[in-house]
Design a protein around this ligand. Sequence first.
Ligand code: HEC
Length: 652
Amino acid sequence: MRTFSILATCVRTLPAVFFSALAFSGPVAANEVSSAVVRAADFTLLDQQGKAFNLHYHAQRPAVLLMAHASGSDYVTQSLEALNSDELQSQGVAVALINQEPGMDRAKLLAAAVAQGIRSSILQDEAGLVASTLDLRYAGEILLLSPQRWEVVYRGPALNEAGDAIQPALAVALQALIAGNTPEAVTQAMSLAEALPRHEAPANVSYTDVVAPMLLEKCAGCHRPGGIAPWAMTSHAMVQGFSPMIRETVLTRRMPPWHADPAIGEFMHDMSLSVEQKQQLLSWIDAGAQRGTGADPLTQVDAQLTQWSMGEPDYIVTLPEFDIPATGSLDYQFFEVPNTLDRDVWVKAVQIAPGDRQVVHHAIATFGIAPEGMADSSASLFQPQLMTFVPGNDTYIYPEDTGVFIPAGTSFFTQMHYTTYGRETRDQTKIGLYFADEAPAHVLQHYSILNQDLNIPAGAAEHEEGAYYAFQRDAVIYSLFPHAHYRGRSSEFVLRYPDGREELVLSVPNYDFNWQRYFQFEKPIAAPAGTQVIHRTTYDNSTANLSNPDPTVTVRFGEQTWEEMLYGGISFRYAEARENDFEINVEEYFASLGMGMFDKNMDGKVSLDEMPERSRQQLALAFAFMDKDKTGGLEFEEFRQFMIQTNMMGRD
Ligand code: HEC
């Protein structure tokens, strides 16, 4: 791919807790705790900062301590003090609180954390499903888990009966776990604690009227015969059989595969389940996944999707046939297909139709003139884009008044991500294009944010990298696309407006390489000239990341999945159209891209010490010369000139 040539060359003593039982209005009698839960099920929740916590991620720790949180509860605060959670964390123990108060939201949770002086993660269990699965009933109730088999080794309070020190049984269990032993399980009464406010679980949820329609809408697009999912939701019996697994995938947020933080922004094609839907689905499963009466709506799930859902396309691009083996993983495939149209066209909509839906995990369709050696991901990074296909999202109707202009004499390029499913198969994907009768007012643009200067230390569990793309003209943003490889842990996009205001517009707290997509805003966002679209990704190069190809190496930028990427896609239009908007202004694009990559402190200028160390000496003179206004750094126009003069555009 094109690289910037510069890079190519270049339980101790406890604090006394002053505590008064009078502070509690709730029951002060012995709250017996006995629970059938002896092992903790896996789950994923987001904390007050929007960060994801997945229980099983902590499998290599000596212990995981979970505590039921209640906002405003002094008992919770005193319990945390008695535990000395900072000390515990320094001994490798993962500590997290779980809040399941109905009506809680991110802002309230943050405020509660500040008011209670809590620095640990408070996980928001908005549907109350984790708390009920773990059977947490009292504010401050603790579950101490041994990650080896996820056994509950202690359930009860952090504090002793007098409320002035840590509960001795808990201290013993913690010490044993930290020393690498597995203690006997102990349960203690929550004598001083208040009962938690609880969600009212929906009762008698109907399969016919509630569950099956939900599955049809949110799951069956993939879980159908010939669909990408490994099993089809074709009957009640099928779903009932899979119901324990459905429960698990919902609790861990693996299914439906939608990874945007629900607290940030609203998106089209959002396939996530609402809080109420999750409660209904799990309540139905926990009551035995009963069939009930009425015809089974799932028998409507048909195998045959109409191939072209918007009618016969005006032009079909047929990709070469490709054989997919039964097992193993495949590198991305790149296909070039010549455009046989003898005229220029404006596209208004696209559909990508895989030959075998079960193997096409994503496809990115672009077009352009192929420079030599273009058969790699440059095709999707630096060419005008038609569409990114992901399962469940195969059509793209361009935003109103926008279109993509395809000149005659170009080629179509497609990046294909194939996955195997136990049987050899052959795919031949087709791309259907729908033309506009008249030229639309605006060109739909697809630009990128890139950082080729990654440096992810071996073993680092949370290493952040960033870059930005600054618009040189007023723009309207339609969608954003985060991309990293297997070490990508979380990803976000922040808009920094010219007046300095910052807005988090998309957060993907548990990034998953297997589920890549554009997130399309329900309402397009106006970004005036000078707005920086900041893209940040946190990488996990530790052993806890089970998909990490090698935690022992420093990871740099690269195309291969064992290398890493910081790449963000932006789909937008300029606010005011210009005649040649369909041509990429390469100099402007590359200068803006390069600037967003090198300007580490994101202050709108690139200073010499932000350039890679190995090239600084060589660039010192050029920098001094180019910095015409002597601000100690190159602003956009100076940087653009600098890139041209030093031949950094990396063009062939
Ligand atoms: C966009 C496509 C898609 C949608 C929508 C989808 N699934 Fe899946 N599902 C898959 C794929 C693919 C797999 C195979 C595992 C994987 O790739 O993560 C899968 C696997 C599963 C599994 C098996 C888990 C395992 O460990 O293999 C369950 C259970 C499941 N899905 C439930 C659901 C439910 C319930 C919904 C709707 C609420 C849903 N899925 C929506 C694509 C989808």
